[in-house]
Design a protein around this ligand. Sequence first.
Ligand code: ADP
Ligand code: MG
Length: 723
Amino acid sequence: MPSPQRLAAFRSIQERPAAATAPNAPLQELWAQDVFDLAKMKAALPKDVFKSVQKTVKEGGKLDVSVANMVAQAMKEWATSRGALYYAHVFYPLTNSTAEKHDGFISVQGDGSTITEFTGKVLVQGEPDGSSFPNGGIRSTFEARGYTAWDITSPAFLMETPNGVTFCVPTVFISWTGEALDKKTPLLRSNAAMNHEAQRLLKLIGYTDVAPVNSSCGAEQEYFLVDSAFVALRPDLLLTGRTLFGTPSAKGQQFDDHYFGAIPQRVQVFMQDVERQMYTLGIPAKTRHNEVAPGQFELAPFFEAANVATDHQQLTMTLLKNTARKHGMNCLLHEKPFEGINGSGKHVNWSVGNATQGNLLDPGNTPHENMQFLLFCGAVIRGVHLYGPLLRAVVATAGNDHRLGANEAPPAIISVYLGSQLEDVYRQILEGEVTGSATAGVMQLGVDTLPEFPKDPGDRNRTSPFAFTGNRFEFRAVGSNQSVAGPLVAMNTILADSLRFVADQLEAKLGAGETLPNAAFSVLKQIMQEHGSVVFGGDGYSEAWHHKAVEERGLENLRTTADALSVLQREDVRQLFVSEGVLSAVELESRYEVYAEQYVLAIEVEAKLALQMARTQVYPAVMTYLGQLSSSLHHQENLGLPPDRAMAGKIASLNQQLLQTCTKLEEAIASPPHGDAQAHMNHCAHTLLPLMETLREAVDGLETLVDDAIWPLPTYQEMLFVR
Ligand code: ADP
Ligand code: MG
């Protein structure tokens, strides 16, 4: 029988009233009703003003002050008519979270009456006091000012709570001195850099009409749901988002019966609630299903422009967490809430394209399109090879370290999966050079008469961190709790760099009189010679690959965040970001500092909490049980029965391991190394985490021996299966 507090949790779950649900409405009615989108602007603004806004959205640039004033006026009228009393500048600091600065529309007049006010200046430049947002030393606190300004490519929207409405404006967040303090600014810059080089390449291969090129993103979100009554009894879930202790349930995911199984009704009610809110916010929720682990689910939207998709992804995470609470559950976005079953990732599907040439990663149907595709795809291959360690670094967090490298998620070694057909095409290109004859015969094989590529090649490789999936790449190493901005910035920037390389080469060769197909072919050959070693179609989990990747192919295996983050300090990475105008050296260094600090903070909190839970929850329970055991052993003796002390012995020895490890952990927490961020990260990775692991072994061992009626912490089986 479970302990009294766990029993009480059970009861409250059984008696929980069903969450109130909203009446169904048709999609057309729900869709974007809370978004001040282009359609609403068109209706509210004079024609020429709207045209000017629309142009800025499409082509970038700054809003003219008079236009900004009229937009602000229209926004205010719409928002206040919907009941909004406050507006918020929403921005995305370096912590993966979303931040908001709320202000009232209210303005008090000389005679004491009030009016509502919202000007163009407030719209394009708010001024939150940002002094406590991590900025890696860019701003000293005395110059605490940070500015937020509307990102016109991302529409404003209304956020409703049961008691009111807030008008939200997505913004960039920049320092007094002009440095980006957020994740949106570099994303916009990386897109601009990629657009510049992509347009250049498209023009070189013969297009005259080339629209702005944008990156797209569709992010699949995995998450766990656990009843709040259990979470309330798990300080580790509350504070760190993962279980620091807990033995695997006898039934885990071994039956594979959860994946794509029927969605439990309570969960489906929750999902529908989330999806309804997503639709009103103009977020195109598209798929939902159970995931591999019990209690694990997934949601994916239809893909959108990367910048908007990123804002929508942040909103989705907020909606998931808030809505779960409404339904008496906690939504866990941590990458590894439970040991022994799958963790959660966020597959970032990414492509680039424009209005005139379409999706540039679509293999297309004609040879010419194939050449275009092969060049863009080749540029990705080159970029991933040159900057694989950077891609590892942008997914490096304390939480994600539990997935990467474990046997469930993509390995920490970054390689590219192309699928057998495409892999073969690039192999032929490479071999064209090996025979030393870029003749017409080989050309035909490589570019001119390429077979039509099937849009969705049947084969998928679930073990690859970076996979081509028919018309896009899927970056699968991203953590479930992460903002997608960092990964998108990295992908756009390395693509910009490689497109620049391809365009430079083509330009030189064409200038020297080579034909376009010949020039394209030899650039591709060179790419495959120098970077083809990053292409891998086998099992990414296997030991053989780990060995081969590092020893033979020279790829890096950066196992932990402590190993990976220093990539941000490498000279080639600095060059990359600075030359593409995406991050200045100072901005890049500040990101290293902030992410290193986040890693250290996360692990230190876990270590302190593990210590506290072991001492104040587990140890007392163990001592109570040992006391009971010892008196019943006395009874047995008194009755003349032979007492069996084996059990008590086992418990006592694990208890000793617990106490000794607690002492060591306490000392280690109290004595962080003096010195730089790297030393501090190493201390976390190589001292604190192993001690927490040893502590966990003791606690988990005890959980299997101590009387269930005393054990204070809800078990895996309860958290994963009771709903
Ligand atoms: P799977 O689980 O097979 O990877 P899903 O349907 O769950 O597939 O998710 C695929 C994601 O990729 C969706 O968000 C989808 O909108 C997105 N996607 C599809 N095409 C593109 C594209 N061209 N660019 C970016 N994302 C895309
Ligand atoms: Mg996927």
